[in-house]
Write a new protein. Structure first.
Ligand code: WQD
Length: 350
């Protein structure tokens, strides 16, 4: 299929673009470079062994997005484009709602107008909110996500569900409205890098997330890791999360895309996780093993909004998509370290 990958120059989007190409799909990337560097694409093309068309576009511009679809001849869309820093979203809610919701509305409008009905959405486990029982299952009711970023994911899932429902109920045979088939992929904690070590996670500024912060400590860019709380009700007192290798995540997108023709519900959510919880201290130990020496850390105060533990029930994706996360925590750390040690300051500036 000819697939438009929005945000395809970003961390998960770039790894998924590669997996799509390796699975025989044609990939076109749309990216505004708001959260990724222009030097990612040539590395992607070097791994793929082929050029990959990329449109530098702000998807909140509905007219430009429509023109992209008018010329694009796309069979499907995988939609990653969006701002994704939880903490930043609390400081800049308007920017997050404007960017994440408007860009999605532009894309869905253009899909409807140009008859493209296959859609895979980059959602998040954050839609379950802070009070959901663990492991998370897709049939849980939505709870209030604790931050504007998470709320945009809840709202976008709602937008997509309502759009598909309207088309199914439509009495007028609006000739361009497609038969929607939408997969909502709820990620847990994406980490790791392509085994080549030439592409990986490269957050701009001080990393919010554990793995990139830890790898920057290991490469000497940060003095030490602060572990946000060791008094949680968990075996070692530090928070547990379901870390999933980005290569497994990319494979999950290919599986979901390939399954859309067999998906009976117009919209269906899938957890992409391992089903296992790993604590902060366990991840620090695994990363130290990958690096070959202990890494400096201190315990600090709990971080607002953190919950003690969450992990996925991945049964639905396992059984319906025939997808299973296979990479171990050790492989996640080894692959992250191979990328970070070869690229201490991330991707070069353009
Ligand atoms: C993991 C654990 C921290 C940094 C976030 C988003 C979620 C999703 C994945 C997009 C927590 C601890 C972290 C540090 C630390 N993103 N930590 N020191 O918060 O589980 O999930 O990323 O969909 O929406 O919320 O991931 O990596 O930030 O934190 O001790 O310097 O590591 O307290 O327990 P999180 P994280």
């Amino acid at each position: 299929m000819r697939v438009l990958v929005t945000g395809g120059n970003g961390y998960i989007g770039s790894h998924t673009s590669l997996a799509l190409i390796e699975a025989g799909h044609d990939v076109v990337i749309a990216d505004s470079f708001i959260n990724s560097k222009r030097t990612v694409l040539p590395r992607l093309e070097a791994i793929a062994g082929r050029s990959i068309p990329l449109h530098d576009i702000d998807l909140t511009d509905a007219a430009a997005t429509d023109r992209l679809f008018a010329d694009g001849n796309f069979d499907a869309v995988i939609h990653f484009a969006g701002l994704k820093a939880v903490g930043e979203s609390v400081q800049k809610p308007i920017e997050y709602y404007r960017n994440n919701i408007d860009s999605t509305l532009s894309v869905v409008e253009a899909m409807k107008k140009h008859g493209v009905g296959k859609f895979v959405f980059s959602s998040s486990a954050t839609v379950y909110g802070e009070k959901a029982p663990v492991p998370y299952r897709e049939d849980f009711e939505y709870l209030q996500s604790s931050n504007p970023y998470g709320q945009t994911k809840v709202m976008i899932e709602r937008i997509l569900t309502d759009t598909a429902a309207a088309a199914s109920a439509a009495t007028t045979d609006d000739e361009t409205t497609p038969e929607w088939r939408i997969a909502l992929l709820r990620y847990f904690n994406p980490v790791g890098s392509h085994p080549s070590g030439t592409i990986g996670e490269d957050p701009q500024g001080i990393p919010n997330n554990l793995m990139p912060y830890l790898s920057q400590v290991a490469v000497g860019r940060r003095d030490h890791l602060t572990i946000f709380g060791n008094d949680y009700p968990t075996p070692d007192g530090t928070c547990q999360r379901d870390y999933i290798h980005v290569m497994d995540l990319a494979a999950g997108h290919v599986a979901a895309l390939n399954h859309l023709d067999k998906q009976t519900d117009p919209v269906r959510a899938y957890n992409l996780g391992t089903g296992n919880g790993t604590s902060v201290l366990e991840l620090v130990a695994a990363f130290s093993q990958a690096v070959g020496h202990d890494l400096p850390y201190q315990f600090g105060a709990r971080r607002a909004g953190d919950i003690a533990a969450n992990w996925a029930d991945p049964t639905r994706a396992n059984t319906e998509l025939g997808w299973q996360a296979t990479h171990t925590i050790e492989q996640m750390c080894e692959d992250t370290w191979r990328w970070q040690s070869a690229n201490p300051t991330g991707f070069p500036d353009a």
